[in-house]
Design a protein around this ligand. Structure first.
Ligand code: ZN
Length: 163
């Protein structure tokens, strides 16, 4: 069957940046499943996979607008060093934390700069502003079950999950 909304798709993927460096890959792991049409993956990749079927490979470069979005300057903020009291010695640029965003969503915060007058943190997604180069091999396509559609994500072996 071909990939359309309500398809559960299994794929191997490799994601590289503009310099050809691998950011993420499923190589050496099981193929990754996702539910098509449910925002499980970035819109640009979902669009490129629509209409494909098992055995096909897709190579696509996704601009940030169809990936993790542009870098939002307002998401970069300076926080008083006091906020990190006790651990300020350990704070180094490049460190990442998970925090809850304004709508309760999990957000990755990256330490950008440690200054005397404050710590500069970046709440943009680590891949915001980047063009994403995907190489994908579709390994399996099946119809989603009722429960999967209700949950908005695939279940392994059609079983249940913790949600
Ligand atoms: Zn579920």
């Amino acid at each position: 069957m071909i990939i359309a909304d309500k398809s559960v798709v299994f794929m191997h993927y490799t994601l590289t940046d503009d310099q050809g460096q691998t950011i993420d890959t499923s190589a050496g792991r099981e193929p990754m499943p996702y539910l098509h049409g449910a925002n499980n993956i970035v819109p640009g990749l979902e669009k490129a996979l629509t209409g494909k079927s098992a055995g096909e490979t897709v190579k696509v470069s996704v601009p940030c607008e169809e990936g993790y979005g542009p870098v939002v300057p307002e998401a970069i903020q300076t926080i008083p060093v006091d906020a990190f009291a006790g651990v300020e010695e350990e704070i180094k640029p490049g460190m990442q934390f998970q925090a809850n965003g304004p709508e309760g969503q999990v957000q990755v915060i990256t330490i950008q700069e440690v200054r005397d007058d404050g710590i500069v943190v970046d709440g943009n997604h680590p891949l915001a502003g980047k063009t994403l180069h995907f190489e994908v091999e579709v390994t399996e396509v099946r119809e989603a079950t009722e429960v999967e559609l209700e949950h908005g994500h695939p279940h392994m072996e059609g079983g249940s999950c913790e949600h």
